[in-house]
Ligand binder design. Structure first.
Ligand code: FCB
Length: 434
């Protein structure tokens, strides 16, 4: 970790932490099932065979968790609202209590309206799901809109499409490869309809949380460069271009269902902020006729690219390379690509999985990434906030409880919370920034 003082971020910069409903809430008996409950119940889907039925039991312990947020001194807390819970009697009451508790603690609530836990009877391959989403969003904003000023529509539609619908390593477990593209389009449409529903209810500060990372060609060979460009389109531009430019990258729109041009007008509703989840870049080359692997996910041989290891970099416990300058590169690249169309950026997730309470490796990771973010600010990118993933160790999807991303350790036998060294480091960083 660098020992020189952390540079100051602009006044009003929002410091926070992120979580998501399915990963922390538990209380599965008090909500309708989601696609994740069905997926988790299938043997072999989650590596340690665990479920999120109890998870961190945040549903019952939210007061303790809000006290942890207050102790950390964050300005804001990004959590997600569970659509299956809102569909259940009394479900919205929980978020009502949570928002009240946050406001009383002086922490700004920043809800994400969809973080992968789709109600089990819905399907993103169906266009109607987008309209159902807008109805659900209207119900949420009617109830919480008097206290919530900042909204995020979707979390990482790219990963939800790729892992959930193309490769089948996440719920709903489909392996459709490129036939998964309609799931991306319908999520983007859902986003646009949700923006309209939020605006109609008077909401003034709206964004989305997309995952992005620089794509590095494996070499200067034209075949590697072409493959890397394809990957960049799939993971970055497929989601950012329609939102920010109102069009799909060349060749993609033809693959989407429905009246794409009309839908793009909805999808490109102006945003107040653009959320970026950043973990690592990808090194990508031409296909090699064999499986490749990214961050523990196996990519089939038939894809028009192969992901290569990033060597000479430390790896987190998850095997993700630690590349802080990738964040600077990503943000300056976005500014260059999208110019005035890019709204102020907020880093809605950044973090790493490491074991242990004295988590010096997490401190080093976060320290380096916050500095890299500051370099983007110095380079003129309008960045307004940074949220660490995550407040708590939690249910890390197909990895179960094996990956610990929290600033706070959770003992999954007793649900006891214990702040880690990184919690104290972040608290001290925030104090110094005031
Ligand atoms: C992101 C997800 C989040 C968490 C982190 C580690 O892709 O949005 O829920 O799983 O990765």
């Amino acid at each position: 970790m660098a020992t020189d003082a952390m540079p100051r971020f602009p006044d009003g910069f929002l410091w926070g932490v992120s979580t998501s409903a399915h990963q922390i809430e538990g209380a599965a008996d008090l909500r309708e099932p989601s696609v994740w409950d069905a997926f988790t119940a299938e043997p072999g889907r989650v590596k340690d065979g665990s479920t999120a039925a109890v998870a961190c039991d945040h549903y019952h312990r939210y007061r303790e968790d809000v006290a942890l947020l207050a102790g950390l001194g964050v300005d804001a807390y990004r959590f997600s609202v569970s659509w299956p819970r809102v569909n259940s009697p009394g479900g919205l009451d929980f978020y009502d209590r949570l928002v009240d508790e946050l406001c009383a603690a002086g922490v700004r609530p920043v809800p994400t309206l969809f973080h992968w836990d789709l109600p089990a009877d819905l399907d993103w391959l169906e266009r109607d799901t987008a309209y159902r989403f807008a109805e659900y969003v209207s119900a949420v904003v009617r109830r919480l809109g008097d206290r919530v000023g900042t909204w995020l529509t979707l979390n990482e539609p790219a990963e939800h499409t790729l892992l959930g619908h193309a490769l089948g390593t996440h719920a709903p477990g489909r392996e459709l490869l490129f036939d998964a593209l309609p799931a991306a389009h319908h999520q983007l449409l859902a986003h646009g309809l949700a923006v309209r529903a939020l605006r109609a209810a008077g909401a003034g500060d709206i964004g989305i949380a997309n995952s992005h990372g620089p794509t590095w060609p494996a070499s200067d060979d034209p075949a590697d460069r072409e493959a890397a460009e394809f990957y960049d389109v799939l993971l970055n531009r497929l989601f950012a271009d329609p939102l920010l430019l109102g069009r799909y990258p060349d060749g993609v729109g033809e693959l989407m269902p429905g009246d794409v041009d009309a839908d793009l007008k909805v999808i490109a509703e102006p945003l107040d902020r653009y959320g970026v989840n950043y973990y690592a870049p990808a090194r990508v080359g031409a296909p090699r006729g064999a499986e490749s692997e990214w961050g523990g996910v196996r990519l089939p041989a038939g894809l028009p690219f192969s992901v290569r290891p990033i060597e000479d970099r430390p790896l987190t416990d998850f095997g993700w390379p630690v590349v802080p300058e990738g964040l600077t590169e990503l943000l300056t690249g976005f500014r260059d690509r999208y110019g005035d169309r890019l709204p102020p950026v907020v880093i809605t997730e950044n973090g790493c999985s490491y074991e242990g309470l004295d988590d010096q490796d997490r401190i080093a990771y976060l320290d380096a990434h916050v500095r890299a973010l500051h370099r983007a600010v110095e380079a003129g990118v309008d960045v307004r906030g940074y949220f660490v993933w995550s407040l708590l160790d939690n249910f890390e999807w197909a990895e179960g409880y094996a990956r610990r991303f929290g600033l706070v350790h959770v003992d999954f036998a007793t649900r006891t919370r214990t702040p880690k060294a990184s919690y104290r480091w972040y608290r001290d960083l925030l104090r110094a920034q005031r």
